[in-house]
Design a protein around this ligand. Sequence first.
Ligand SMILES: Nc1ncnc2c1ncn2[C@@H]1O[C@H](COP(=O)(O)OP(=O)(O)O)[C@@H](O)[C@H]1O
Ligand SMILES: O=C(CO)[C@H](O)[C@H](O)COP(=O)(O)O
Length: 528
Amino acid sequence: MPGRDQELGSYYVGVDVGTGSVRAALVDQRGILLAFADQPINQWEPQFNHHEQSSEDIWVACCIVTKKVVQGIDLNQIRGLGFDATCSLVVLDKQFHPLPVNHEGDSHRNIIMWLDHRAVNQVHRINETKHSVLQYVGGVMSVEMQAPKLLWLKENLRETCWDKAGHFFDLPDFLSWKATGVTARSLCSLVCKWTYSAEKGWDDSFWKMVGLEDLVADNYSKIGNQVLPPGTSLGNGLTPEAAKDLGLPAGIAVAASLIDAHAGGLGVIGADVRGHGLACEGQPVTSRLAIICGTSSCHMGISKNPIFVPGVWGPYFSAMVPGFWLNEGGQSVTGKLIDHMVQGHAAFPELQAKATARCQSIYAYLNSHLDLIKKTQPVGFLTVDLHVWPDFHGNRSPLADLTLKGMVTGLKLSQDLDDLAILYLATVQAIAFGTRLIIEAMESAGHSISTLFLCGGLGKNPLFVQMHADITGMPVVLSQEVESVLVGAAILGACASGDFASVQTDSCVSQTNASKWPVESGDYSPFL
Ligand SMILES: Nc1ncnc2c1ncn2[C@@H]1O[C@H](COP(=O)(O)OP(=O)(O)O)[C@@H](O)[C@H]1O
Ligand SMILES: O=C(CO)[C@H](O)[C@H](O)COP(=O)(O)O
């Protein structure tokens, strides 16, 4: 329970490193966000399917946003700091300096991003082993996980990277190390992306079988041999050096981190839904599916017992909510796909000009344009002749096939703003159908889901939310606090501070991140 006997006035800082930007928030004990800042981050694509970032750039961005959100407050009131980040691979040498993950030898670019698909050959060989750890990633390892990326580095950058490497971190763990000097890894990242088992630890036979036996030889010191539950307080808290960088007091509690989707899941899945007449009211939390929709979408469902869903990652024990198994479905590109379709269209400059003239975002403009051209029909009917298959970056779930490609059918010669708006709508619908397929796969394996809890950048797009309700036939709950991922990160800091007993019971989440409104499927939807 929240520390009711404590005076209000303790604050927690949450830092969320997404694909495109870093965000920070100052959050109070009730889980209310008091200040927010964001900062874009660089990405490099030196070759097709190679996506890189810089851990130094990301740390600088974390410092900028953190300093902004604590401006003007009494720093002594800040009790804890929590990080979440994308599950990208950070490579450092034995002295913790960045190492290049590219053929150019540019050590500034020392992160292989989660969406990088360079290790296709390596993941194929890993999957051919049919090793038992693969049961816990939906039966097929994704090219977006860390083992294939490590193998790629060993096979392609042996001298410049692999032989010199001292530390391979998941980005959330890099951040907690940078803040505290503690190299312990979060159970969340190791279980979800590195094949670690919460119950049995590392499986030597897997690493030996895939050709990464060198990681076993030194007792996993390069990838983590101390593993802590998310929210655990690390070492002596914030180091003086990191405190100076971030503009925070040295020694405040810093938590073991979470992957961004998991922080979002934690931020929304316990929301108080009383009074909306939703099917999940009074039902176990396992009837809820959290969907975190940013560059990608992640579908987080929890269960009391392990459920094996073909093509859906997991089951992962205690990786998001302690004591529960997690299944994580996903679509590798959703926000990125919508941006790609819209920005690549011939009418994009016209859209930009018109949206700017109305002081609207391009998506607000497109949504109102669709409203205009649909006339009296439900908007869904605008796409009876135009269809998108959304796997432009392969299919993460439930088909688990990275070779799949995207497709558009029903194209005409015209390329005006109406066509752009309808293509945008068809893309959003295709993504929502992808979610429906994932839910169907989860339900056939034993999940029983009645309500969706959506957050992330795409949660701010009413069309995206409505299409998810229409196409799945399930109500979609949006939280009062739109930056739910940051609430999740701050919960970690609150837990590490000792002000709350655990990430599960403390919850700013279950107590105050109340639902704002449920979006029901339309009165007449062509999709059901
Ligand atoms: N107000 C909005 N309306 C429509 N789309 C939005 C809005 N805000 C963000 N997005 C979309 O959300 C995606 C990014 O979401 P975000 O959660 O910031 O991503 P990430 O965590 O991957 O950096 C982008 O594709 C962007 O276009
Ligand atoms: O694999 C993931 C979580 O397990 C995410 O897709 C990845 O971390 C990227 O997140 P985002 O789309 O929010 O940037």
